[in-house]
Write a protein that binds this ligand. Structure first.
Ligand code: NOJ
Length: 743
């Protein structure tokens, strides 16, 4: 079914894990009986590493977790103090942002998502966990499960998709990768489903901004990925910085109690985001820290990340009767249970000898595979790619990101080292010398620079070459937390540089490295090919070199929609139809409007006069060096009984010149329902590797659970009636068949 050669241990939430969770809970309850109130409050306190009184605080039983300390010797010493010098010997949770790799850096999450490969993403998370555990980290703040439909938001780099289905499947795979089958095994670390919830809907794409999400939309779009991650066994959750419908997540009882604990039965614990409890008064929800501590505690935030407000205020709240010992116990219990599940009471120390070296050959190979499978071929006019060794003798490699081992790593690289990176220029030199001469020039100092002094050298390099590849995009720091952009064109003088080079008329390929979808309308017609590489990580160079020269064919598909212009945002494939949907006959140009044309609503529809209604590239889009044909869509039945399944089959043939991998996508639409439904919803995907000329019959199953939706009463239901199903290589596929769900 897939050509993914990387093995991954089957890691699924199993009944044995339930038994082990209950045993951990019992041990936690017994331990609680021996703890003082102060020691319990200590367990709720997460402290930043390097804090001057940290050791004494741990000795006194006032710290439950440490964040941002990754020196192995220091961590072992902190664990020794906790286990041997504190009264009850309770070990520490050691948290770290291990988001897309630890030392070996994989593509940013949005890039990994473009591979649509659960096995690959699970394996990357597994390797990240092993490398992190090898220094003593036992808890990562990942996966980020925030569905996002706004590429201005810098944190879209960390998102897995605009789509709840894709985000759910990839997020669950990451959880399995981090946690493995058994959290107590070496190399397994606790996952954290974040940021609960709705963070991806920040107004205007500005980080930390307000979110207003109707409950039906929250449940339909933003919550499913969290539910999937918890079903996969994620033992912790992080509250979002944001306020949701007027109540900050960090004090949001609806989210933390109603949804998380009551409806979903979550038995793990919730950590605040960094200082998000003290920030409750900045939001204007509380008047002071004491009130903030109470508001967060009452809503069900178990652990205070960094701020110290729990540590400073909960003792007094307990003494004043504002919180009870029973409530306190309930907050501490899942934290202790997690420590038991991680096996920390048996052994809290890290022994590097039991781990492979970081950034070893296998980890690098995996990083290369991941990078290769995440690059999306967006344009390939006249088969510009792959470049053929036989037909070129010289290649120009131009641009600020061609040879920058740091910028290719992406946003969350606390522990990655640019010295481990192999850049595209280095990889191309290794692969091509001496047969093909490389002429290289940066053109601009960095992606933001407006200085054009380097243009002449770049133009000269291009002039000397048979073919030109330009490495442009965004530096890593232009995306990620708090790095949002209102204009998402290529920054600086890069567009000018592309224009100048394109005038030479040489075959011109752009390799774009970026933390978000960029708007490419102003360059797309000036270049022959575009390979969208996101920030590909440590092994960007070898991966891109192989793709450019056809050692492998690109197979990735977009996990988010690419707008034509920023004003189209939010633009996503799973929108509602509206009562006035546009069609391809719609006039989408201001110039086509007659002078003094009278205002009318007749025949009007939902679109922009100056940007139309289609994106530049739709969700699920991605080209290959080969071609795939879909035909003979068939359903096993015209009606689906509630307890039955429908088999959806299609023939997939590789009709192009080379072996390649295709991501086959299945979408449905509920044609009539008691609430308006998206025009398309992803409900299945598969990857198939086919030799040139080969064909297979691809089969999906649809059952009633795939057709469920959230109704006006916030219940997940199906309604009998007509459905349409599409199968193809992109969300804009038109091949469809209809069936009926019976009552
Ligand atoms: C703030 C971020 O929002 C969160 O994702 C991260 O895990 C914490 N800081 C800890 O660094």
């Amino acid at each position: 079914m897939t050509d993914n050669h990387i093995e991954v241990a089957a890691a699924r939430q199993q009944p044995s894990q339930d038994a082990e969770a209950s045993a951990a809970l019992e041990r936690a309850q017994t331990l609680l009986g021996r703890m003082t109130s102060a020691e319990k409050i200590g367990q709720l306190h997460q402290v930043n590493g390097g804090y001057s009184e940290l050791e004494q605080q741990i000795r006194d039983g006032n710290v439950g977790s440490v964040i941002n300390e990754v020196r192995m010797d220091t961590l072992n010493e902190l664990q020794r103090i906790a286990c041997e010098e504190s009264r009850l010997g309770i070990p520490l949770l050691i948290g770290r942002d291990v988001i897309h790799g630890f030392r070996t850096i994989f593509p940013i999450p949005l890039g990994q998502a473009a591979a649509w490969d659960t096995q690959l993403i699970e394996t990357c998370a597994r390797v990240a966990a092993i490398e992190a555990a090898s220094v003593g980290v036992n808890w990562t703040f990942a996966p980020m499960l925030d569905v996002s439909r706004d590429p201005r938001w810098g944190r879209i780099a960390e998102s897995l998709s605009e789509d709840p289905y894709l985000c759910s499947h990839l997020g669950a795979a990451m959880v399995r990768g981090f946690q493995g089958d058994d959290l107590s095994q070496p190399g397994a670390i606790a996952a954290c489903a974040k940021h609960f919830a709705g963070y991806g809907a920040v107004e205007g794409g500005i980080d930390y901004n307000t979110t207003n999400i109707p409950e039906i939309e929250l449940r339909s779009t933003y919550l499913p990925s969290f539910k999937a991650a918890l079903d996969a066994g994620a033992v912790t959750v992080m509250a979002s910085f944001t306020d949701l419908n007027g109540v900050p997540a960090t004090a949001n009882e609806f989210l933390m109690q109603q949804v998380l604990r009551k409806e979903w039965g979550f038995g793990g614990f919730v950590v605040s985001d960094w200082d998000s409890i003290v920030q409750l008064s900045v939001h204007g929800l509380t008047a002071n820290d004491a009130e903030s501590a109470l508001a967060a505690f009452d809503s069900g935030i178990n652990m205070d990340m960094n701020s110290g407000v729990y540590s400073r205020n909960l003792g007094a709240a307990l003494a004043a009767g504002a919180i009870s010992e029973t409530q306190l116990d309930a907050m501490v219990e899942p934290i202790l249970a997690t420590k038991f599940r991680l096996g920390l009471f048996e052994n809290a120390y890290c022994d590097p000898a039991s781990f492979p070296a970081a950034v070893n050959h296998d980890h690098r190979e995996l990083a290369k595979q991941a990078a290769m499978k995440s690059c999306v071929l967006l344009k390939n006019a006249n088969n510009t790619l792959p470049l053929l060794r036989e037909t070129i003798t010289s290649l120009a490699v131009i641009g600020p990101l061609a040879d920058d081992g740091y910028e290719q790593l992406g946003t969350w690289v606390f522990d990655g080292d640019a010295a481990d990176s192999i850049t595209a220029l280095a990889a191309l030199q290794t692969a091509l010398a001496p047969a093909i001469t490389i002429h290289s020039a940066r053109g601009v100092e960095n992606t933001r620079s407006h200085n054009t002094d380097g243009f002449d050298a770049a133009i000269e390099a291009a002039r000397q070459a048979d073919s030109v590849v330009m490495f442009v995009g965004e530096e890593a720091i232009l995306s990620g937390e708090a790095h949002c952009r209102a204009d998402i064109n290529l920054p600086g003088a890069q567009v000018q540089l592309i224009e100048a080079i394109s005038e030479l008329g040489k075959p011109l390929t752009l390799v774009i490295m970026a933390g978000r979808p960029l708007t490419l309308s102003n360059v797309i017609d000036k270049v022959d090919a575009i390979l969208y590489a996101w920030h590909p990580g440590t092994m960007a160079g070898p991966a891109i070199a192989d793709l450019l020269f056809g050692v492998s064919a690109p197979s990735a598909k977009l996990p988010v929609t690419f707008p034509r212009v920023v004003g189209q945002i939010p633009i996503y494939y799973g929108h509602k139809n509206t009562g006035k949907p546009p069609s391809h006959d719609t006039i989408t140009s201001m110039e086509a409007i007659d002078n003094r044309a009278p205002q009318t609503s007749l025949g009007m529809s939902a679109f922009y006069l100056d940007a139309g209604f289609t994106p530049l590239f739709p969700f699920g889009f991605g080209l290959s060096y080969s071609r795939f044909e879909y035909r003979d869509l068939s359903l096993s039945a015209a009606t689906l009984l509630p307890t039955d399944e429908i088999k959806v089959q299609v023939t997939l043939q590789n009709t192009g010149p080379c072996a390649a991998e295709e991501i086959v996508q299945l979408y449905i639409r509920d044609l009539v329902a008691s609430v308006t439904r998206p025009v398309k919803e992803l409900k299945g995907f598969q990857k198939h590797y086919l030799q040139s000329g080969a064909s297979i019959r691809v089969e999906f199953s649809l059952s009633r659970s795939d057709l469920m939706f959230c109704n006006r009463h916030m219940e997940w239901v199906t309604e009998p009636g007509d459905f349409r199903v599409w199968v193809g290589g992109c969300s804009d596929t038109e091949m469809s068949a209809d069936f009926r769900l019976e009552a």
